[in-house]
Design a protein around this ligand. Structure first.
Ligand SMILES: [Zn+2]
Length: 395
């Protein structure tokens, strides 16, 4: 049984991954309109349509106008400072990068065969000079609840055309340190009327010694929570990832490149010995040995077609590259043996935290079904206010 609090987990690293060069190669595809061309069950002939949900974007600054995240120039949203945009994807200030996020989410929802998406033709932008909204962080429950109630009032008010029956994205500064990660983490609760987002992060995400992308799938991931999905990874997966960092006593990572814990990589780790690598693996084995098999799969209670997910700490500790390995590894749990996958199915699920290949991330069929049911049963007002598009016969 999961509590709502667990569902509303923080999503700091839920983004992306693909090296910046690889990412840039695919950027030209981002602006393609939704076409619903890809279906999971290729070969069957069926009628397909999607509802695009209307979106309102709240752009925050503090009450006195300081810490503004964005501004609109000639009708376009642009980052207010160069720190708050993806330098790879937005080399000039003319780009509407919020629309880019929405377009990417639509591509990923479409690829998964979802019957809904976000309307990129009818985005409303609302400025809020509000200290609490601007600094909101997932951990401040009082602020969070107050803002949630405030937004709920607006989305339920038929006279409030900017908000009525719309998906609300709130971009805020948050508690992170400027300029590295000014906005901290994203945060979305299952029953919340809004999705709280950070802007693009500038800190590169590292795996297997490579710099990866900058958070591009963050909106898609948060929207997954908004549509009732939980994380795929085990609750203790973060502990394994921390072990793989091999921090020293002052908290400095001695494996900052997130390399597999192998003797051959010791020269790229700061002062780590072979004995420490072995000790780390033993510690990890002990941790897994204390867990029951049903704890290995973070979302097993609501979807069964996503694999066991121990996140990237597991392959690194066992000596495998996180982003390029394709195998199963057997480990001992408290009540039996488990086969842990290290492959595309586990690392590319949108609802996990792996940082590999954001443009190839996907939802599983059961995740899609769960989201569609949630839209039908719990967020039907958004659907009724949406725009139905493209009824296609697909052979
Ligand atoms: Zn998340």
């Amino acid at each position: 049984m999961k509590t709502l609090r667990q569902v509303a987990s923080f999503c700091g690293l839920s983004g992306p991954s693909v090296s910046i060069r690889k990412l840039a190669d695919k950027v030209s595809n981002y602006e393609q309109p939704i076409s619903l061309r890809k279906l999971l069950d290729k070969g069957s002939k069926r009628t397909w349509s999607a509802v695009l949900l209307k979106v309102t974007v709240i752009l925050t600054s503090k009450k006195d106008g300081s810490q503004p995240l964005y501004e609109i120039v000639n009708g376009k949203v642009i980052p207010k400072t160069p720190y708050l945009r993806s330098l790879t994807r937005h080399p000039t200030l003319d780009d509407n990068f919020i629309k880019d996020w929405i377009n990417l989410a639509n591509r990923q929802l479409e690829s998964a065969g979802c019957n809904f998406g976000l309307d990129n033709q009818d985005i409303r932008y609302v400025f809020e000079n509000n200290d609490a909204m601007n600094t909101l962080d997932g951990g401040k429950e009082a602020d969070n609840d107050a803002i949630r109630k405030e937004i709920q009032k607006r989305v339920d008010d038929p006279t409030n055309k900017d908000f009525y029956h719309r998906v609300v994205l709130l971009y805020r500064w948050g508690g992170g340190k400027y300029p590295d990660s000014p906005a901290g983490q994203s945060y979305t609760a299952l029953d919340s009327p809004l999705i709280i987002l950070n802007p693009y992060r500038q800190s590169p995400i590292i795996s297997d010694g490579e710099n990866y992308g900058l958070g591009d799938s963050q909106l898609t991931h948060e929207f997954g929570h908004f549509m009732s999905l939980n994380h795929t990874f085990a609750s203790f997966a973060g502990s394994l990832a921390e072990m793989a960092e091999l921090k020293d006593k002052t908290g400095i990572k001695r494996n900052p490149l997130y390399l597999p814990l192998l003797k051959s990589n010791l020269n790229k780790m700061n002062g780590v010995t072979e004995a420490e690598l072995l000790a780390t693996k033993m510690k990890a084995e002990q941790l897994l040995g204390q867990k029951y098999l049903n704890e290995f799969d973070g979302d097993s209670y609501d979807v069964t077609d996503t694999p066991i997910d121990l996140w990237l700490g597991f392959p690194l500790i066992w000596g495998y590259n996180a982003c390029s390995t394709d195998k199963f590894v057997q480990v001992d749990a408290k009540d039996g043996k488990a086969w842990i996958p290290i492959n595309r199915d586990v690392r590319n699920n949108i609802m996990s935290y792996w940082t590999c290949f954001p443009l190839d991330q996907f939802f599983s069929p059961q995740q899609v079904m769960r989201m569609e049911k949630h839209l039908e049963n719990n967020r039907s007002q958004l659907k009724s206010n949406g725009r139905t598009i493209a009824i296609l016969e697909i052979a």
